[in-house]
Design a protein around this ligand. Structure first.
Ligand code: ADP
Length: 188
């Protein structure tokens, strides 16, 4: 399985990606998690990324390419992987395709879009803000992240539709019901 999970912040990519990773024994790469780890570790990358993340903006593309290429180049990613949070705009998607070719890996097989309506997204993110206390889960930052998603990430749906890879699944219901849909969509 070589798939990317698409969907608004709070659509459940992290939850479903983790379950896919466990079920199929392949790595999940979340650029958001990797960037948060870099910030927590006080690395140079983390210092550069933090102001963008705290404002709900995308970090500059160049900062994420290194994370992704390094991870996809590891041995365990040769039999498959799940991408969560990357690519996040069309430029990143084109770089991903080129990167996979350079690493002599097969092309991405599917892009699974978790569809959740805006009201539900906002409800979930506000709830997560209370539970996890993420720096970027404040109401004005949440609003901005949704705007960034609509402007920059949503166009990826058309990009993958044109490649014949897009599968949209309903992202509401129980976690297990959604998982069944995601597995079917990703061809597992
Ligand atoms: P969300 O819950 O909004 O989907 P993520 O955990 O995926 O959040 O990402 C958190 C933040 O990390 C984003 O708002 C952005 O600043 C940064 N980020 C993560 N992945 C990328 C990426 N591929 N390109 C640019 N910025 C990214």
């Amino acid at each position: 399985m070589r798939t990317v999970l698409l969907g608004a912040p709070g659509s459940g990519k992290g939850t479903q990606g983790k379950k896919l990773s466990e079920r199929f024994g392949i790595p999940k790469l979340s650029t958001g998690d990797a960037l948060r780890a870099a910030v927590a570790g006080g690395t140079e990358l983390g210092k550069q990324a933090a102001p963008f993340m705290n404002a709900g903006k995308l970090v500059p593309d160049q900062l994420v390419y290194g994370i992704v290429e390094e991870r996809l180049g590891q041995a365990d990613a040769r039999k498959g992987y799940i991408l969560d949070g990357f690519p996040r705009n069309v430029a990143q998607a084109q770089v991903l395709d080129a990167m996979l070719a350079r690493l002599q890996q097969p092309a991405l097989e599917s892009a699974v879009h978790l569809h959740v309506d805006d009201e539900e997204i906002i409800r979930r993110l506000l709830e997560r803000a209370v539970q996890e206390g993420r720096h970027d889960d404040k109401p004005d930052v949440i609003r901005h992240r949704i705007e960034v998603y609509n402007a920059e990430t949503h166009p990826l749906l058309a990009f993958y539709q044109a490649q014949g890879k897009l599968k949209t699944v309903q992202g509401t219901g129980t976690i297990d019901d959604i998982f069944q849909r995601v597995v079917a969509a990703a061809g597992g």
